[in-house]
Write a protein that binds this ligand. Structure first.
Ligand code: SF4
Ligand code: SF4
Length: 447
């Protein structure tokens, strides 16, 4: 029995096959696995989370809007033209999963809030004791839809896209100089256009807003500088002015926050977005009031290219993960499980009990709009581990299929000699190149 108000909405599922108990708090989203044995259970008898690809096509993607905004859609929304999931198929997923599943993450190729049966989907999920959550670009968000989210959803995530890589002029990107020889003696010595309130000191802003000559600036231009006798540091960034000219992302976040929805940000971490991620974490540059910022590792899938894959020898990668490990922010920070090799490598303060590596085929699965079950949504293009669901083939059948077992074998047998194996299991079974690890024990089991 769990006591305390916080756990009043708790639900418990006992896994008879793998001998452990899972608790889920409907209200807060807290999720705990409790087990008697020494090791964390490798998998569950039924997924705890199903990622449902409600959308088969994306109006924004097809129109070229996403490409124009620099979004490299892993579902290839530019070319995909499949039908959205039928309501009766969605209901079948819920009927199969009732009392066995805690949460559904709605997604797919497009924004779930654009689905023709959006309200019914949310209502049917909640009426059957499962919490719906979803991710959206925010393009089609309205106050009416935000009210539905408040009524039915656990949380909604809005994808926030980096703006730095949209500027062709390199000078507008991040410049970081640390010149140990020259000592700046005065403001005039420093190559900046203006300074924060005339102060020349280590600038730390609590708000991503500041004044220059009496005018308010908000993330239009951002300068950070430090100078002393021993060293000088100067950073210069330029990004869109989001407060004075709010874009659709900011508008959607505001609508959700105004409706009282627990709102998260999804931010893709890639070669071209990591500078801005560092800046936003360091200087609190995410919208006020969000619950958490979840960083998702870029994968070269769909329209995602190899050029944008983060590399381990890039000093910014170390800087980012160390920053997150040491820096306090007014919002929570989360990662997708694809980032776990980097988290276990660089973090010293993150409690490893709160970390789990790739959960695909172990605790979660993906179901595409055409009812194809996959261990992870990033297999949506190759469909190497696909199992087609039907009246004869249930979710449980897919879960126990040779395809899903083959995928699990990568996580079971990779990197046998590594001391961090239990935490990381070798990283991503689908895209080996995204695994941010260069340990000599690293060994990918191809399945
Ligand atoms: S299979 Fe790869 S992309 Fe999918 S959740 Fe696991 S680590 Fe991430
Ligand atoms: S060697 Fe393998 S298990 Fe160990 S940290 Fe690297 S990827 Fe993870």
């Amino acid at each position: 029995m769990v006591k305390g108000d916080r756990w009043k909405m708790i639900r418990v599922i006992r896994d008879g096959e793998y001998n452990f108990t899972t608790m889920f708090n409907d209200k807060t989203g807290e999720y705990i696995r409790a087990f008697d044995v020494e090791e964390d259970p490798f998998m569950a008898e039924y997924p705890h989370l199903i990622d449902v690809g409600l959308m088969g096509n994306c109006a924004h993607g097809k129109s070229g809007l996403c490409m124009k905004a620099g979004i490299k859609c892993y579902q290839d929304g530019l070319h995909s033209d499949n039908p959205n999931m039928k309501l009766e198929d969605y209901k079948k997923i819920i009927d199969w999963s009732k009392e066995r599943l805690f949460e559904i993450a709605l997604g797919g190729c497009g924004d779930p809030d654009m689905h023709e049966n959006f309200e019914e989907v949310l209502k049917y999920t909640r009426d059957n004791g499962i919490i719906p959550n979803f991710t959206t670009s925010g393009l089609g968000m309205t106050p009416e839809k935000a009210a539905l989210c408040k009524k039915y959803c656990g949380a909604v995530a809005v994808s926030q896209y980096s703006r730095l890589d949209m500027r062709a002029d390199l000078a507008l990107r991040r410049v970081h100089s640390e010149d140990k020889k020259k000592v700046y003696k005065s403001e005039e010595d420093i190559p900046v256009l203006f300074t924060l309130g005339g102060l020349n000191e280590d600038c730390k802003w609590d708000e991503p807003c500041y004044k220059i000559n009496g005018l308010d600036y908000s993330w239009d231009e951002t300068h950070h500088m430090y100078y002393g006798e021993d060293k000088q540091e100067y950073e210069f960034y330029k990004v869109y002015n989001e407060v004075q000219k709010p874009n659709y992302t900011m508008k959607a976040i505001k609508m959700l926050l105004d409706a009282g929805v627990k709102t998260n940000i999804h931010y893709v971490l890639s070669n071209s977005t990591i500078d801005e991620a560092i800046l936003r974490v360091k200087y609190n540059g995410f919208p006020k009031g969000v619950n958490a910022v979840v960083f998702l590792l870029h994968k070269p899938v769909g329209l995602g290219d190899y050029e944008d894959v983060l590399r381990l020898d890039d000093p910014r990668v170390k800087e980012f993960f160390e920053l997150v490990d040491n820096h306090r922010t007014p919002f929570k920070i989360g990662f997708d499980s694809c980032s776990i090799p980097a988290v276990v490598r660089w973090s010293k303060h993150i409690d490893t009990c709160s970390v789990d590596t790739c959960e695909g085929s172990r605790f979660s699965m993906y179901i595409a709009a055409d009812m194809t079950a996959l261990p992870c949504s990033f297999d949506n293009q190759d469909q190497k581990y696909a199992v087609k669901l039907s009246d004869e083939v249930t979710i449980k059948d897919a879960w126990e299929s040779p395809e899903f077992n083959k995928f699990r074998d990568c996580l079971r047998y990779s990197c046998k000699g590594c001391s961090k194996r239990e935490l990381c299991m070798g990283g991503c079974p689908l895209v080996n190149d995204i695994v941010l690890c260069d340990n000599k024990e690293r060994e990918f089991y191809g399945g």
